[in-house]
Design a binder for this molecule. Structure first.
Ligand SMILES: [Zn+2]
Length: 429
């Protein structure tokens, strides 16, 4: 998530209030107050600096004082009831603001009850840093009424440091000499980093979008198990070895096979898939090897088989465990000799194919039983990629649900944006 070009994170104010309470307990109230005021100053200063650099139109409005209240509201500090701006000379404050609902007062009341003192420390620090940057001179704010103390509003006044009278004295130790110049000096180098941020943010956003809206054939995943598997598949894709993809029915073996082809140097060459379990043996042989004209009754023209069609590209043998013993021998010959002969033809053709196969059978077990040839098994399984079932990678459930929701949105013209937490719990269980 980002706001004004910066990556941000969300937190809730209750835990924020707890954190502040812990700081007070551990470090004491005065040290905590100083930390919060000074870091608030840096935060306000930085926001003004970013407006100046990235949103010149907004920056032009900042000097007339209209932007500050809006930023307080957008950042969730609270609402500005009224804000006055003067020239800041002769004890009239430069800025005078009444707030309602400042979060620090609210959380203080919730966690510690009525306070003896004003408590909106981040707010005075933030306002000071922001206005200091806008003015180009150090400005300090004080709070003299606070909702946490039982007052009706939180009342803040800010002025140039050198224009303040005695009223600023109790607050000075907490500001600890922080100034427009000291913050600029401290953050100058870190701000240079901003320029490199958009690029890295963009990469991150693109990566996230890719996960949320996978390209055709890209397996949906956010689990570590699948990411590791995809990394390995992407590496394996670059070399022309045979890959056997295994896993239970429905885990997405075809998607992974397509992913390997699409990431391989053969991606612009044919990708030919055949389900070895779907055809009777003689039909399968005809489909894979093709036939010569007159090879058998009814073969009145030459038929190019799938292996030949895949020449230069990838042949995908789905359900390879279903191949009959005779077909296993014929296929092995193609893989060993890198050539094939059409049915009824006496000349051989050189073929250059990469074979990817998939099965939900335990082929090793089939080899032990003598149902699957060991030599073919080793040819197919130079590398084996095992896709874990969804129950072992539950992190993928919701990404997949969102993927399918998106598919159904498109096909049914709907605009559902997601799942309620109850639905999500149901899906996860
Ligand atoms: Zn307050």
């Amino acid at each position: 998530m980002s706001f004004l070009g910066q990556r941000i994170y969300l937190t809730d104010l209750f835990s924020h209030g707890l954190q502040r309470m812990e700081l007070c307990r551990t470090l004491g109230v005065d040290v905590t107050k100083s930390i919060i005021i000074r870091s608030g100053f840096a935060k306000g200063w930085l926001i003004a600096e970013r407006l100046k650099r990235q949103m010149p139109d907004a920056w032009a409005e900042a000097r007339n004082g209209k932007l500050g209240p809006l930023l307080c509201s957008m950042y969730g500090f609270g609402e500005v009831l009224s804000s006055k701006r003067r020239d800041g000379i002769k004890e009239k404050p430069l800025v005078e603001t009444y707030f309602i609902g400042l979060y620090e007062a609210e959380q203080h009341l919730r966690l510690s009850g009525i306070s003896d003192e004003v408590v909106c420390w981040e707010q005075i620090g933030f306002a000071s840093g922001y206005v200091s940057n806008v003015e180009g001179r150090t400005v300090y704010f004080i709070e003299d009424e606070c909702k946490a103390r039982g007052d009706d509003y939180c009342h803040l006044r800010g002025n140039y440091l050198e224009e303040w009278g005695d009223e600023i004295t109790p607050f000075l130790p907490f500001y600890g000499n922080i100034s427009n110049e000291s913050v600029e000096c401290q953050l100058y180098d870190a701000l240079k980093w901003d320029e490199s941020l958009p690029k890295s943010m963009q990469d991150r956003i693109n990566y996230t979008l890719k996960l949320g809206n996978p390209e055709e054939g890209y397996p949906v995943s956010s689990s570590y198990a699948m990411q590791a598997l995809l990394d390995m598949a992407a590496n394996v894709a670059k070399v022309p070895t045979s890959v056997l993809v295994t896993g239970e029915s429905g885990v997405g073996k075809e998607k992974l096979v397509k992913f390997i082809h699409d990431n391989s140097p053969r991606k612009n060459k044919p990708f030919i898939a055949i389900n070895c379990g779907a055809l009777a043996e003689n039909l399968l042989e005809n489909e894979l090897f093709g036939h010569a004209k007159g090879a058998y009754t009814g073969a009145d023209s030459t038929h190019i088989g799938l292996i030949e069609s895949a020449n230069g590209g990838t042949l995908f043998l789905d359900e390879v465990g279903e191949l009959s013993p005779q077909m296993q021998v014929k296929l092995l010959r193609v893989l060993q000799e890198k050539e094939l002969r059409k049915i009824g033809d006496n000349k051989t053709i050189k073929v250059d194919i990469r074979v990817l196969s998939a099965t939900n059978k335990n082929l090793e077990h089939a080899v032990e039983l003598g149902e699957f040839r060991q030599d073919l098994y080793y040819r197919l399984k130079v590398i084996e990629l095992v896709i874990p079932p969804l129950r072992e990678r539950r992190e993928d459930i919701l990404p997949l649900c969102r993927y399918f929701l998106n598919c159904f949105n498109q096909s049914h013209g709907k605009e559902y944006t997601g799942f309620s937490h109850k639905t999500a719990d149901l899906l996860l269980s």
